[in-house]
Design a protein around this ligand. Structure first.
Ligand code: ZN
Length: 172
């Protein structure tokens, strides 16, 4: 027989495991697509609307803060093939390694996995579609969407706006 305390500890452990599983970025196919961020998600980096306006260009603001989308094939990061790191244009958090970048032929920089603890997702029902919105874990800036038609090993396609990111090549 389990004591009441043992049962409580066991269920508490399961709850913690579920919490951790919901926070860590998913690398297995499909699982990121059911993940949904809390409505009251709090971010480490916050600014007032006017501060964001002064920190970002108008185009960057429209994407990061208003969930806009840049026109396909307009980002120079589409053709960025050097080794390095793609970071959030809002708070400089490292988001993606060039090692996970692939050519999706969509006109947007695409990756099959984010760096650990880099992004979070929530369900986006705009434009009559159900999509999984991807945003920066640290400042909440909108980055793009994730789809389940990506390449191995994850099967995921993180379709990102180039304007939402900066690229830093590794020193040669
Ligand atoms: Zn950020």
């Amino acid at each position: 027989m389990f004591s009441r305390r043992q049962i409580l500890v066991a269920s508490g452990g399961l709850g913690l495991a579920a919490l951790v599983a919901g926070v860590l970025p998913k690398l297995s196919p499909g699982t990121a697509l059911v993940e949904q961020a809390q409505a009251d998600e709090a971010f480490e980096v916050t600014h007032s609307d006017s501060e964001w306006h002064s920190l970002l260009s108008d185009e960057q603001y429209a994407i990061l803060r208003e969930e806009g989308t840049e026109r396909a094939y307009t980002s120079p990061l589409n053709n960025e093939h050097r080794s390095g790191t793609f970071a959030c244009a809002g708070c400089a958090l490292a988001l993606f390694s060039s090692a996970t970048k692939f050519d999706s032929h969509t006109g947007w920089p695409s990756f099959w996995a984010p760096l650990e603890q880099a992004v979070a997702t929530r369900q986006d029902r705009s434009f009559g579609m159900v999509r999984n919105e991807v945003h920066c874990r640290r400042c909440g800036g909108h980055l793009g969407h994730v789809f389940d038609d990506g390449p191995k090993p994850t099967g995921l396609r993180y379709c990102m706006n180039g304007l939402a990111m900066t690229f830093k090549p590794v020193a040669a």
